[in-house]
Design a protein around this ligand. Structure first.
Ligand code: DOR
Ligand code: ZN
Ligand code: ZN
Length: 439
């Protein structure tokens, strides 16, 4: 079969290392079918799914349960194992069972998982370090102000934007610094999730200067929204950590340009419209869907000249592939890679409408936003999962766990030259060709 892609661009499918697909436990918000359909529609070919489900992914038992749910997936996936106070003995089992990375909640958020003590984190880091898997951190502690603020709001004494003050950036600065210190001692690789503030960049860069293998992500909402959007968007904007000031967004853009922030992810965190639409922002659940809107939103910035397409490919796919051990199989289009492709129309104009999203969380702070550029086909390992802006329903279940295709060269290739040797060796081993020709 030949498919005409003249006038379109082929880029590696996005790799989103931060999504919450909610199954098992909260399937009224999302499940693996709806979440992965949203990914396929958004040009995202691999996702890493977070452990704050019910039950949380805390041992091999829950991992098996989650892998069973993930059999419905349209796209390839990594499963996060939980690092908590009380599951240190379960970590080797999670590693053997094929988790792609670990997640540690340093502060309280959806799912109410208690954050581990510094001692438990250190022990967990040491165990995980031997596997080479990366540990992603929700690096902020909820401040006691959050509860006080809620009471004030009830009394009509504080504004929605006080949500920002309830999680001041200092609680993230402290958490990033502490996690990096532990990682340095344990020799662990870590990843800072959802960087939302300029202040967090300081401990991140200090840790990197000391030689800690620490990566960082930000999300489209921290780049494209700020304090001025609270009044317009209302409780829908509530997310942990909060969308902050205009100067924070500007600093995050600069950090992305400079390579201080390595990648973008979405923190796809769907909740129902009823759970999100509240007259009191403190009653709204935190987060919103993102996996389907990331690529159109960011391609719009490419169209505006805010970023080159090459840089977008790096932060959305190539760098996450490399840093999470998926390199060189994923994150590039090359012989030996596995043909995860987003075919994009850089001029396609669309309007974001929550009711048309494939996620069950049909509500977004980006409602009504005009976008320029969209993925018009998505291929996972050479097979269409989205074609002409339509989901290919027969591909439900096509997704595979990346632990089955993951190759973690040790040491990980640090630059393209080293990676090319690995690719050539792989290409010689696997003469397998892509089942569709894009011409
Ligand atoms: O806004 C958020 N939503 N932040 C988190 O850390 C968790 C997430 C969720 O699972 O809903
Ligand atoms: Zn988080
Ligand atoms: Zn999250």
């Amino acid at each position: 079969e030949r498919v005409d892609v003249s006038g379109l661009y082929l880029i590696p499918g996005a790799i989103d290392v931060h999504v919450h697909f909610r199954e098992p436990g909260y399937t009224h918000k999302e499940d693996w079918e709806t979440g992965s359909a949203a990914a396929a529609m958004g040009g995202v070919t691999t996702i890493f799914e977070m452990p704050n489900t019910d039950p949380p992914t805390r041992s091999i038992v829950e991992l098996r349960g989650k892998l069973a749910c993930a059999r419905k997936s349209y796209v390839d996936f990594g499963i996060y194992g939980l690092l908590a106070e009380d599951n240190l003995d379960e970590i080797p089992g999670l590693i053997d069972g094929g988790v792609a990375a670990f997640k540690c909640f340093m502060g309280n958020t959806f799912g109410d998982l208690p954050s581990p003590s510094t001692g438990a984190m250190l022990e967990g880091f040491q165990i995980i370090a031997r596997s080479g898997l990366r540990i992603s951190l929700h690096a902020e502690t909820a401040s006691i102000m959050a509860r006080r603020q809620a009471q004030l709001e009830e009394a009509g004494l504080c504004a929605p934007t006080d949500h920002i003050a309830s999680r001041p950036d200092v609680v993230a600065v402290e958490a990033v610094g502490r996690a990096a210190a532990l990682a340095q001692w344990a020799g662990a690789r870590i990843h800072i999730l959802h960087i939302s503030s300029a202040a967090e960049l300081v401990p991140l860069m200090q840790a990197r200067a000391r030689g800690v293998d620490v990566t960082g992500e930000t999300c489209p909402h921290y780049l494209l929204l700020d304090r001025s959007d609270y009044a317009r968007v209302g409780s829908v904007i509530r997310v942990n950590p909060p969308v902050r000031e205009r100067r924070d967004a500007a600093a995050l853009w600069d950090a992305l340009d400079a390579g201080m922030i390595d990648m973008i992810a979405t923190d796809h965190a769907p909740h129902t419209p009823e759970e999100k639409r509240q007259s009191n922002i403190w009653r709204a659940d935190c987060g919103f869907p993102g996996v389907e809107t990331q690529m159109p939103l960011m391609l719009t910035e490419v169209a505006k000249g805010r970023m080159t397409l090459e840089r977008y490919v790096a932060i959305s796919s190539a760098v996450p592939a490399r840093k999470f051990g998926l390199w060189p199989a994923k994150g590039r289009i090359a012989v030996g890679a596995d043909a995860d492709i987003a075919v994009i129309d850089p001029t396609r104009r669309e309007t974001i409408e929550a009711r048309r999203l494939h996620s069950r969380g049909k509500i977004t702070p980006f409602e009504g936003r005009q976008t320029v550029g969209a993925p018009v086909h998505t291929l996972v390992r050479g097979a269409f999962v989205q074609r002409d802006r339509q989901l290919v329903a027969e591909r439900r279940g096509h997704g595979l766990s990346v632990s089955r295709i993951q190759r973690m060269p040790d040491p990980m290739p640090r630059n393209d030259d080293q990676a090319i040797d690995t690719i050539i060796a792989m290409a010689q081993r696997e003469a397998e060709s892509v089942p569709v020709a894009l011409t």
